[in-house]
Design a binder for this molecule. Structure first.
Ligand code: DAR
Length: 394
């Protein structure tokens, strides 16, 4: 199967028999084919035991299980490949999801998620790592889905629009000065493509989801652009994405050097939204429920945009930075987020990979401690380059 864009409604047909029932032989054949290319977690844990258990379920539930793993079946380069369709999937399909959740988040023993937003201001200060890190783009977001709705991969157009309108009501009364911009044609807050592109050029708004084969094949991008939009605070430091991979991505972007200040800003926004009466989907042990199990637990991702020209050799060796970051429990992404490239200065978005089994406070601590080591490696790479340059001249 090539890597062109597949829509969920078309791709799922590949794994159904003539009666429209799930065809396990077709699924297995595709997983076997993928085993020669790359083994995603969805593939690894789709064992014979899982198949046997799945076959005891109703056809509707078997199809739901197919939908959960369809991005992994579709994308040759998938490393996870899972998207939950409803909050209940994290109970109902645990026989399949639990081991892959444990492996991704490196959880041994009990899995109960704890929360702690007690994050000090003045402690995780980037200029302590390097005085040059005076004005850094620091970001943090939490993913949230609202109880009572399907998750985005199985929302239909009406549900997406209903959800967006419920959020507009929240934004109108939750007390933060700002404005909602909708991509939904005919919406009272509709913005044109040109206006949307301005927001994208500032790295505020997400790009069209129709270009992402993960989100297209698992249905998260269906009905684009209906029910999608962004709320932006007047000072452009707080944002809420509506209708992306999770129903809500609540975001804070701060230019500066104190990681704790981003958390403070994010937590203020999150609390403001909660106070408006919304109830987020939460699991008693898995914590915050998200579409992708990689985000569950805290749903929090905190990052900085940093330059690593020496490790990446002027942006040419992104893989090196990604490998080093991984060994430090961090993820390195390009300037435009996931699946994007770094620039010629090796500018990367660095965040801790763990979101589950750690508290919100630990995510910040891990980012800071990881950055101490990463910048040390960058300095060593710079010194090494200088040493080589010096000696090459002889
Ligand atoms: N690249 C996809 C998704 C990985 C996690 N990222 C999310 N959920 N945005 C994969 O399955 O490898």
């Amino acid at each position: 199967m090539s890597q062109k864009i597949f829509e969920k409604k078309d791709v799922r047909k590949l794994y159904l028999d003539e009666q429209g029932n799930v065809d396990y032989a077709k699924i297995q054949a595709r997983w076997d084919e993928l085993k020669k290319i790359k083994v995603s977690l969805g593939n690894k844990y789709f064992t014979q035991q899982v198949v046997e258990k799945a076959k005891t379920l109703s056809q509707e539930d078997q199809q739901r299980l197919l939908d959960i793993m369809i991005a992994g079946l579709t994308n040759d380069d998938s490393s996870v490949g899972i998207a939950a369709t409803r909050p209940e999937d994290y109970d109902f399909f645990l026989f399949y999801l639990e081991p892959l959740i444990r492996e991704y988040h490196k959880i041994e023993g009990q899995t109960k998620q704890e929360h702690d937003w007690n994050i000090p201001v003045g402690e995780y200060v980037l200029t302590k790592i390097d005085p040059k890190l005076e004005k850094v783009s620091m970001r943090a977001r939490v993913a949230r889905n609202v109880a009572g709705y399907n998750l985005p991969s199985s929302m239909d157009k009406d549900e997406r629009i209903k959800f967006e309108n419920q959020m507009v009501e929240v934004f109108e009364k939750f007390g933060f000065p700002g404005k909602y911009h909708s991509l939904t044609p005919g919406h009272k807050n509709f913005i044109s493509d040109q206006e949307a592109d301005v927001l994208r050029s500032k790295h505020f708004l997400f790009i069209s989801m129709t270009h992402d084969n993960y989100l297209m094949s698992n249905g998260v991008a269906s009905d684009w652009p209906y029910g999608r939009g962004i709320w932006i605070s007047e000072d452009e430091t707080k944002m809420v994405w509506v209708g992306e991979e999770d129903q809500l991505r609540i975001i804070s972007i701060v230019q500066g050097n104190d990681l704790g200040k981003v958390d403070q800003s994010l937590h203020e926004l999150l609390t403001g939204i909660e106070k408006s009466g919304l109830k987020f989907a939460e699991h008693p042990t898995y914590g915050i429920i998200t579409t992708c199990p990689t985000n569950m637990g805290t749903g929090k991702r905190q990052s900085i945009l940093g330059k690593f020209p020496n490790i990446t050799k002027g942006g040419k060796d992104e893989a090196k930075l990604k490998d080093i970051a991984k060994s430090l429990g961090l993820q390195a992404r390009g300037v435009g987020g996931e699946h994007s490239n770094m620039d010629s200065e090796g500018t990367a978005d660095i965040s801790p990979s763990a979101r589950f089994g750690v508290t919100e406070a630990v995510v910040t601590k891990r980012l800071y401690e990881g950055l101490i080591k990463l910048y040390e490696i960058e300095r060593n790479a710079a010194n090494e380059k200088e040493r080589q340059n010096c000696c090459n001249t002889f």
